[in-house]
Design a protein around this ligand. Structure first.
Ligand SMILES: *[C@@H]1O[C@H](CO)[C@@H](O)[C@H](O)[C@H]1NC(C)=O
Ligand SMILES: *[C@@H]1O[C@H](CO)[C@@H](O)[C@H](O)[C@H]1NC(C)=O
Ligand SMILES: *[C@@H]1O[C@H](CO)[C@@H](O)[C@H](O)[C@H]1NC(C)=O
Length: 184
């Protein structure tokens, strides 16, 4: 009887509960041996069913503690020279288009597209202590690109597993979000 007890919660799970265990994937600018690179991270904090009034029963996950937020507007055609991330921070593109690049690396996986939508959430972790040159970027959209930057509290990095260190997250890393779009 005692041995069965740990199994009981599992028996009570419905298929809807199992669907809730998905994890959010985000493209990160990481660094390895002093060079920035694009990675795909699977965040460790699970999606759960929200209990917040107004969105109760929908999917939510915590991105962790943050310090402050800035709102940035970049004109069409702007080019960003290579630079390191000033601190560990979230970057969220609200509108427009940014292409991030890496120095001395023209491989396809060495550019990352950031546009509004699922591809608009990035984590920049190539701070000066881990990356020499950082990353660059350009803004090829027809209009302005607006993005917010949100440093984490105390420079923390969200708990994660590196899914790929060969490039940014791809379409298969957002499938669950799309599946939820039509679930009610
Ligand atoms: C926001 O927080 C970061 C990290 O703690 C800090 O470096 C930066 O100065 C803060 N910016 C503002 C505008 O408070
Ligand atoms: C080029 O970028 C890719 C993707 O980020 C990375 O896997 C690779 O190691 C980089 N190559 C060099 C020479 O930095
Ligand atoms: C994250 O990526 C994995 C595949 O690597 C996928 O199974 C999972 O559904 C993705 N998460 C979301 C929220 O789309």
């Amino acid at each position: 009887m005692l041995a069965l007890r740990p199994l009981l919660p599992l028996l009570l799970l419905t298929t809807a509960d199992l669907a809730l265990s998905a994890l959010l994937n985000v493209t990160a600018v990481g660094a390895h041996e002093g060079r920035s690179r694009f990675e795909c991270w699977e965040l460790s904090a699970p999606f759960v069913s929200s209990s917040q009034p107004g969105i109760a029963g929908t999917q939510t996950t915590s991105l962790g503690d943050v310090a402050n937020i800035t709102y940035n507007v970049v004109p069409a055609g702007f080019e960003s020279p290579f630079h390191t991330a000033p601190v560990n921070q979230w970057v969220i593109v609200l509108t427009g288009l940014a292409i991030l690049t890496l120095p001395d690396n023209s491989s396809y996986a060495a550019s990352a597209l950031a546009a509004s939508g699922e591809l608009g959430l990035l984590f920049a972790a190539d701070t000066p202590d881990v990356s020499d040159l950082g990353h660059g970027g350009y803004f090829p959209g027809a209009g302005e690109t607006v993005f917010v930057q949100i440093p984490t509290r105390g420079g923390g990095v969200p708990e994660h597993r590196v899914v790929s260190d060969q490039g940014p997250c791809g379409p298969q890393q957002f499938v669950q979000l799309r599946a939820w779009a039509t679930e009610s």
